[in-house]
Design a protein around this ligand. Sequence first.
Ligand SMILES: [Ca+2]
Ligand SMILES: [Ca+2]
Ligand SMILES: [Ca+2]
Ligand SMILES: [Ca+2]
Length: 582
Amino acid sequence: MKGIASHVEVTINKRTGELFSILLGLFLLFHSCKPGVLVAPDSATLNVVVVPSQIPVGGEAIVKVTGYKSTGGLLPDGTEIYFSTDIGSIESEKEIQGGVAEAIFKSNDNRSGVATIRVISGNAKTNPETITITIGTSALYSIILMANPASLSPGGGTSTIRVLTYDKLNNPLSNIAVVLSSNAGELSSKGVPIYTGTDGSAQDTLKTSVTTRVTAMAGDLTATVDVTVEDNDAPTASFVYSPESPKINEKIFFNAAQSSDTDGTIESYLWDFGDGTAGTGQTISHSYKNANKYHVVLVVKDNKGAQGTKEVSITVGDNESPTAEFVFSPPSPNVNEDVVFDASDSTDPDGTISSYDWDFNDTKTGHGKLITHKFSQIGTYAVTLRVTDNSGNSSTKTKSVVVSAGQKPVASFDYSPTAPIVGQTVYMNASASYDSDGTITEYRWDYGDGGSGTGVTSSHAYSNSGSFIITLVVRDNDGNETTLNKSVRISSDSYPTASFTYTPSEPTAGQDVFFDATSSKDTDGYITDYKWNFGDGSTAVNGAEYSTITHSFALAGSYKVILIVTDNGGNQTNTYLTVTVK
Ligand SMILES: [Ca+2]
Ligand SMILES: [Ca+2]
Ligand SMILES: [Ca+2]
Ligand SMILES: [Ca+2]
């Protein structure tokens, strides 16, 4: 037990007091009748001293009794002294030895207040008449309150609040209940009493953004301390949102760009949407799951930590679902034919449609109001359109699309020349091909010698002789294909033979001579050119049409007449005859 203490505040229940008196009465009756026990004579005086007279809750004191006879002498050894108390506990009986009896008082019931000690032996009087021990806050004499730091930077922060309690002799008091309060900010203790430790102090924490006065109350005493916050203009929170009358699940866009701070900048935006969710950022979007009135609170914080708030009520209404509707074309599509799906007839009575989702029932899906799709196999497809409105409600529409195979295209082609030779260009033409229920979209050629091509017409020159299969594949807009094969024989080219005759056989000067080269031949082709040189200085003549020609020699003489024939492969052969003119 240490030093002194004391404290104020004691509440003794009236009922408890009455009970105490009754018990005391019974106690006295019992002891006064008990034989063989030595008690003080009625005329004796019991001097009582309590040391210390003020103790903390949990403390101890000694109650010292010195007994005197009326004659002035000490009471004899063995005189029984009885002790009792209404708070705490005390040793109940002690014998006087050397005129003195001591009983130890203990504060062991966690109660504070003024304990009344009864000291009894026979009917002896006590001096003083009333003996008390002050326990707990009843001992409190002074209280000191400190804040560290006592000054916070703009925006505030936390400060440690320390309270110190002392008794009249400046001894620290432990186990003193102290209640702290503040006119702003927040104390960790939240109004719940805190208790001093053995050093007489207790601690709390103040969190505040503005200058705050903290008050401590213990027993009848109060103390205050100020925690100042440096000057800073608080920012102003402001925001707009759209749409004005949102529906359930509709996205609402919030913009706090109008918020301002006169002497700094806004550093953070905190949103409380009033439905248990929160967010951050100057702009933000949010949607509500229920129709209701919501209080949206924006808290902006400036660069010095000061806050500004703005609260707005938003009424969120019910949303009507959209209606899905679509058409498609052609109504009876073929396999691989483009089918156009159009959802333009879908509507939303109280908003807009924000998405169109398609399920073509062939494992493929798509998105968009207008979409083109091909079915790669015949069958009946339950095509489903799902439309979703701006509030997230959706509805569907399903229609059957019957996809059939369609007509195959007809393949047809010609080539020329019909008897080509090596190196000669062969022209192919497939323009007679057609598709009875659509269009031909593709022509593919295989020339049979490793070469290939595309297009309604094509051409190819073979570099070897032999028979080749020309293959044409036509494909229609449904993806149907038809193949047509034709063989072509490529001949190797040979040189033509050149020969001619003339009449009359013995011409005279100036007489017309008829030259005839029609006996010239090309076994694997045809002659494309006849070239004549009459050997008389006249200009040579050439052309396909000159298989026969008439020429007259002006002068008598012997002339070497030369014929050059050219075949369709470009091969040339020549011959000559000597014509004697008289
Ligand atoms: Ca500011
Ligand atoms: Ca709607
Ligand atoms: Ca077709
Ligand atoms: Ca030839």
